[in-house]
Design a protein around this ligand. Structure first.
Ligand SMILES: [Zn+2]
Length: 236
């Protein structure tokens, strides 16, 4: 008997607001866990059709942008190894005005269906954008309402959480994932989000030069996990 087949794959559910959140903020981590066999489902609340960047030179408009960004996100998921993508069909920049009860029920339904080992979302205060904060708040409420199974982590920007005390947290609240070996996949994800990144010259430099712009680590705040004794460099 093949022992590997007897161990069920770990499951990660990432609930974000826009196409590109997954790649720009935690693409290295998603690629890392996908490469280790994790089953990753990504939920994007919107299709990002209100994004300010419309290609360079601009070739999109408000009518064409949703479909273009949906397709870009599908390509980014392939680059990162994300197997399943779900849109909540909320209009970009309106997540905070969405019926919260509906949104929490929708996400709780996914938690029940998927039973993830790890849930990733935005911190409701540190999300940096109203859509981010709103989807983070709803996902946290859904996680709590459905029995707090597994672990909940909040994605954070860049290396801000290298010094968590400035946000009122300590090192023990932070998981730091080494994504050094997955920067090529992350860069491919950046390039998949072409209408958002083609104005950034560094993204299109030769791979090794472009990857110098990425940090070695991605940082996550621990929202909830059952096993606080785990090392601070891994989700599981
Ligand atoms: Zn976003």
């Amino acid at each position: 008997m093949n022992e590997i087949e007897t161990i069920p794959a770990k499951k990660i559910l990432a609930v974000f607001a826009h196409p590109d959140d997954e790649t720009f903020i935690c693409g290295g981590t998603l690629a890392k866990y996908a490469s280790e066999g994790c089953d990753i489902t990504l939920v994007s609340a919107t299709r990002g059709e209100m994004g300010r960047r419309m290609g360079n030179p601009p070739y999109l408009n408000r009518e064409t942008m949703a479909a273009a960004r949906e397709q870009e996100l599908r390509e980014a998921c392939e680059c990162l190894g994300v197997k399943r993508l779900i849109f909540l069909d909320i209009r970009d920049k309106t997540v905070e005005f969405t019926d919260m009860d509906w949104l929490i029920r929708r996400i709780a339904g996914l938690l029940t269906e998927i039973q993830p080992d790890v849930v990733l979302t935005f911190h409701e205060m540190l999300g940096g954008h109203p859509d981010h904060c709103a989807i983070g708040k709803a996902t946290t409420a859904a996680f709590q309402a459905s029995g707090r199974r597994g672990a909940l982590y909040y994605i954070t920007f860049g290396d801000a959480m290298e010094f968590p005390d400035q946000y009122g947290y300590t090192r023990s609240d932070v998981v730091r994932i080494d994504v050094h070996a997955h920067q090529e996949a992350k860069l491919a994800g950046f390039r998949a989000h072409r209408c958002q990144t083609e104005i950034d010259e560094w993204v299109w430099l030769p791979n090794e030069e472009a990857q110098l712009y990425f940090g070695r680590y991605e940082y996550f705040l621990i929202g909830y996990r059952e096993a606080p004794f785990l090392a601070g460099d891994s989700f599981f």
